[in-house]
Design a protein around this ligand. Structure first.
Ligand SMILES: [Zn+2]
Length: 95
């Protein structure tokens, strides 16, 4: 399964609910899930972090569906096998 297929699966599963919730509330859910990921990582809880990574990706896909953005296209048009800033692979930007 690639990013596009994952986003389509999320659309099939949740789009009617996501569309009704709307952009702002869906973004708030994504932010909550990022916070939960932060907490799991800070606690060193790998099992919980794995779940939160999944939630962050799922909510990111839901938000992209709500605003009509193709995640895979957006990601690959910016990160096309080189750093978008320095154009190198691996990145050679100053740290
Ligand atoms: Zn770079």
């Amino acid at each position: 399964m690639d990013i596009n297929e994952f986003q389509k699966m999320m659309k099939q599963l949740y789009f009617s609910r996501d569309a009704e919730r709307g952009q702002e509330k869906t973004l708030a859910w994504l932010e909550d899930k990022v916070q939960e990921l932060r907490e799991a990582l800070q606690e060193g809880n790998v099992k919980e972090a794995r779940k939160e990574f999944a939630d962050v990706l799922a909510w990111l896909a839901s938000l992209a569906n709500v605003v009509g953005i193709d995640l895979e296209k957006a990601a690959l048009s910016k990160y096309d096998n080189k750093c978008p800033k320095c154009k190198q692979n691996p990145c050679d930007c100053p740290f």
